[in-house]
Structures are given as structure tokens and as C-alpha cells.
Design a binder for this molecule. Structure first.
Ligand code: CO
Length: 208
């Protein structure tokens, strides 16, 4: 694809938006007040707005390899702080996906260089749930399950932050764990029991 095509696409998109609403970009440039913070994978096949059916302005978005929420990653922590404390999003989504290359790499005994410390966080998820995962004999199913458990653990990492703990107490912020299935196009809600998890982990992770 030549970049000139991108710029042609952009002009077409502007025209389409203006045809629907003359002041679309005037409104868009005023301010942002997104309802969602979306944390997803960088995978090119998993685009947040498309799979959620939302428009610019509705979600503050962070994507990295395998949708990780790592406490010493200044990038994701800055995004989370800004979205929860400043933009005051009402819902936080961690969205993983089946066929995730990052999760697959963490299941293999391969030296991936600079990716090793990043993927080690996923190996830690495997270790935490080793009994359940090792009991699944089908490798594909085990891979799918690790994708789900990784989303669950990253939701827990979201809950461990002081920003989210405060927002939960003050305004009942919602946390969701989802998995996108690119084999069908469907989004699956893992229905993570946030209040129960909170109760379980707060003994150790409560910050105030
Ligand atoms: Co991925």
C-alpha cells in the first residue's frame, strides 16, 4: 500500500464524517471525556474501535504486546493514571485475544532477547495457574486458556493500583476482562467477578 492511498482514504473519511455532521471535527476537537479505558494487544488484527463498534472519543486506548499491565511499566501506568484520575473513565477493559503471539511465545522455551523480561510476566501467569493449565492435554485449548487467565491476571493488576482502588471506593469504577476471538470475530466477556477478586486480594494489596 502506497502512503498516497492513506491520504486519499483520510480525505474520504473527513468527507464522510462531515456529511453526517457538519461540525463533527469542531465537536471532536473541543475536549475528550471517554467512558472507557481500553488496554489491549498491539496485534494488527485486534483494533479496539472496530471490535467494540465505537467512535473516536469513546475510549482512551493503550496497546502493548499481550495486553500486559505491569507495575513498573511507566507507559501503561501513566495511561492508567491519566485515564482514571484525570479523565475519570467509568469502565476499564483489559482485552486479550486468542491466537496471541505474545502468549504463544511465553509457552515456548526460546530465548527471545529483549522480549524475555516482557514475556516472563506471562510465564508468571502460567506458573500461578500451572495445575489447571497442565491438566489440559490439548495444546490449543491450553493456549486459549492461558490467554484467558492472562487477561484475568492483568485485570487483577489493574485492581492493585491505588488509582483504581480509590475510584472503586469513590465512584464504583467497573473492570472488565474480555477476549476477542478472531476465528469468529466475536468478543467474549470472561465475566470476572470483580468484587470477589477485590475481596480476596485486598488483604495483601490494599493501599489505603
Ligand atoms: Co496478541
Amino acid at each position: 500500500m502506497h502512503v498516497s492511498e492513506i491520504f486519499r482514504n483520510n480525505k474520504k473519511w473527513v468527507a464522510e464524517k462531515l456529511a453526517i455532521s457538519e461540525d463533527y471535527f469542531t465537536q471532536l476537537s473541543k475536549d475528550q471525556s471517554p467512558e472507557f479505558l481500553y488496554i489491549g494487544c498491539s496485534d494488527s488484527r485486534v483494533t479496539a474501535e472496530d471490535l467494540m463498534g465505537i467512535e473516536p472519543g469513546q475510549a482512551f486506548i493503550h496497546r502493548n504486546i499481550a495486553n500486559m499491565v505491569t507495575s513498573i511499566d511507566l507507559n501503561v501506568m501513566s495511561v492508567l493514571h491519566y485515564a482514571v484520575d484525570v479523565l475519570k473513565v467509568r469502565q476499564v477493559v483489559v482485552c486479550g485475544h486468542y491466537n496471541c503471539g505474545g502468549v504463544k511465545a511465553a509457552m515456548q522455551s526460546v530465548d527471545m532477547g529483549i522480549l524475555n523480561p516482557w514475556l516472563r510476566n506471562i510465564r508468571d501467569v502460567y506458573r500461578l495457574h500451572k495445575d489447571e493449565l497442565n491438566a489440559i492435554s490439548d495444546e490449543g485449548k491450553r493456549y486459549d486458556r492461558l490467554v484467558e487467565l492472562n487477561v484475568q491476571e492483568q485485570c487483577i493488576n489493574v485492581i492493585k493500583t491505588s488509582e483504581v482502588q480509590r475510584a472503586y471506593k469513590e465512584r464504583n469504577i467497573l473492570i472488565h476482562g474480555w477476549v476477542f476471538d478472531m476465528r469468529t470475530g466475536e468478543l467474549k466477556d470472561l465475566k470476572i467477578d470483580f468484587p470477589k477478586i477485590l475481596e480476596n486480594i485486598m488483604e495483601i494489596y490494599r493501599l489505603d
